[in-house]
Design a protein around this ligand. Structure first.
Ligand code: ATP
Ligand code: MG
Length: 588
């Protein structure tokens, strides 16, 4: 009875429900696994699989992973983790063009950074689809031998014309009834390099009148003379994605093959193909099954490798790891955390309904995680000088600032106070607006973690900008001393001692696009780039930040969360990237 069931755990979704049902019914209980991918005979000689289920994350190594991929990684690796299974990291490298080692390396880095591993106590599960080319070729010959595939000599244009439309059935190719012997000979000649690129294709023989266009004799092998990063020049024919992918899943004994909704129409062919190959004795049962979920669409960014490649190649950004890009490499430099992505994945869930997630949802997740984990520091981003005229020249004293207001166990650190300080330009107003409680002529304010001061005057340059503010401190009011409450003030400002400050570059990032849905309609997404997506400033930071390790994250009080940039920092001279402000400035 439903009412007696345990409450639905956080992160539950329809795919988890399917997995739980399958496991309950013991669907995969006696499935075998020979320790490596392979055909039916290979697995038959193996043991009952100790992994209760197998999922896979199958990126094509033709670009860097983005935030959308993170959703798929949390889903696939998360299922394996939670249901005693394994998740394979599989490079879907069956397309010889556009793939490279740089992309392979960036993908393995990103998966690890998110906290997952393909190396488990049940073995190591990093695979390359190109290692299955021999089997795929054998599978194609098997289809030909059983009358399920034929070599077509139509031109690409003829094939397109004869495919029909959504309302019209297609027409059979004049080459559809070639004999098995003829097809085999032609296919082997294709493999042996006797036919020009694009001149012949091998097609599955299914049904040119099917209402599902993917069922109208889909192409499964094409002639393409291209060097492959793994197999070199061994092949001049390459399998099509729709043929390769189900086979990869089956050889790897994947139980639940999870993909995005646009592949829903491919599912009948997925099943058709695996059924015929299993019937021929080539693939082990039970066969994998495909399930579809809605891809992540996120406002103010583009999550398409093609568009990301364009941004990088046309130098609209500094590289794949530009902190403004939604790549995982960029997000990492920006200061986003793996825990923040996990929270985000849990919060957006997994469903079959396509929708847009607002970018602020992601930022909120990062804020929540960083608020918990990041130590506080003081930074003056737009400095003007404050001189405490009654403070002795050359004197320095320690003030104590808590490292984390919610975690007293993280103790306090020393911030030195002296006669000249940096404060924020916006913390002084000559003619204060209503509700301004910071420094004003003749007003009182607390120097955070220090004394109460009274403003006594200010200096301006020739153009009227305030350059120096003068004040006097009230000696009995130091924070943490018994007299600190003797004078009540409404405002509280942060500061850094001029003689101790660490001056460095800080990069303030904003959204890469001005529009929520870049490139929507007929607009070119490039015209919607935000020209103010980064500003570089020189800031004055408290001295302890000079020793910040690479990738250390902090909250700069009042300014947001920042990270010591992993790429441009040198030891003892970090530069900082703003990850996210304390509050959302875009929300209307
Ligand atoms: P693109 O269309 O941008 O090239 P892709 O989907 O072709 O991306 P792959 O390398 O094939 O990129 O993706 C690997 C896996 O990541 C696939 O299983 C795919 O379903 C998943 N994936 C890609 N983009 C998203 C997204 N926006 N949301 C969720 N999953 C995604
Ligand atoms: Mg793809």
């Amino acid at each position: 009875m439903a009412s007696e069931k345990a409450p639905i755990p956080l992160g539950s979704n329809f795919i988890r429900a399917i997995v739980e049902k399958d496991l309950d019914q013991g669907l995969y209980q006696s499935r075998k696994w020979a320790g490596s991918p392979g055909d039916a005979a290979h697995h038959a000689a193996g043991q009952v699989d100790q992994a209760k289920l197998r999922t896979r994350f199958p990126p094509e190594p033709n670009g860097y992973l983005h935030i959308g991929h993170a959703k798929s990684i949390f889903l696939n690796f998360g299922l394996a983790r939670d249901y005693a299974g394994v998740c394979h990291l599989r490079f879907d490298d069956t397309n010889p063009e556009k793939e490279s080692q740089e992309y392979v390396d960036s993908i393995t880095d990103a998966v690890k950074w998110l906290g997952f591993d393909w190396q488990t106590k049940l073995g190591q599960h990093l695979y390359f689809a190109s290692n299955y080319f021999d089997f795929m070729y054998r599978a194609a010959e098997s289809l030909i031998e059983r009358g399920h595939a034929y070599v077509d000599s139509q031109t690409a244009d003829e094939m397109r014309l004869n495919r029909g439309s959504l309302t019209e059935a297609g027409k059979n190719s004049p080459w559809r009834d070639r004999t098995v012997a003829e097809n085999l000979a032609l296919f082997r000649a294709m493999r042996d390099g006797q036919h020009a690129d694009g001149s012949l294709v091998l097609r599955a023989k299914i049904d040119m009148a099917s209402p599902n266009i993917n069922f109208r004799d889909p192409a499964i092998y094409r002639v393409r003379r291209a060097h492959h990063h793994n197999t070199g020049d061994k092949w001049c024919i390459y399998p099509m994605y729709t043929f390769a992918h189900p086979i990869e899943d089956a050889l790897e004994q994947i139980t639940h093959s999870i993909c995005t909704l646009e592949f829903e129409d491919q599912r009948p062919f997925y099943d058709w193909l695996l059924h015929h190959l299993a019937e021929a004795g080539l693939l082990a049962q039970p066969l994998p099954k495909q399930y579809e979920f809605a891809r992540l669409n996120l406002t103010y960014v583009v999550l398409s490798k093609r568009k990301l490649i364009q941004l990088v190649e046309e130098k609209h950004v500094s590289g794949w790891d530009d902190p403004r890009l939604p790549t995982l490499a960029g997000a990492r430099r920006r200061g986003y955390t793996a825990e923040g992505f996990k929270l985000f994945a849990d919060r957006i869930g997994v469903s079959k309904a396509d929708s847009w997630i607002d970018y602020s949802t992601l930022e909120d997740c990062m804020r929540e995680v960083l608020n918990e984990s990041a130590e506080r520091r003081i930074a003056v981003l737009d400095p003007i000088k404050l001189v405490i005229d009654n403070y002795p020249v050359g004197q320095v004293e320690d003030c104590f600032a808590p490292n984390h207001p919610l975690k007293p166990e993280l103790a306090k650190r020393v911030v030195p106070l002296s006669r000249e300080l940096w404060i924020e330009r916006e913390d002084f107003m000559e003619e204060p607006s209503k509700g301004f409680f910071r420094l004003v002529p003749d007003g009182l304010v607390r120097l955070r973690y220090g004394y109460v001061v009274k403003c006594t005057g200010f200096e301006k340059d020739a153009t009227g900008n305030v350059t120096v503010v003068h004040c006097e401190y009230l000696p009995d009011t130091k924070s943490g001393t018994p007299g600190s409450d003797s004078v009540k003030v409404k405002g509280n400002i942060h500061w850094v001692s001029v003689q101790h400050a660490y001056e460095c570059e800080v990069r303030l990032y904003d959204r890469l696009f001005k529009e929520a849905h870049p490139g929507e309609g007929d607009t070119d997404f490039l015209t919607e780039l935000n020209s103010d997506s980064v500003s570089l400033i020189r800031a004055q930071l408290e001295p302890s930040l000079k020793d910040a390790p690479l990738e250390a994250r902090f909250q700069f009080e009042r300014h947001g969360y920042f990270i010591a940039d992993i790429k441009d920092s040198v030891v003892g001279q970090p530069v900082f990237n703003r990850t996210v402000t304390l509050r959302d400035a875009w929300q209307k």
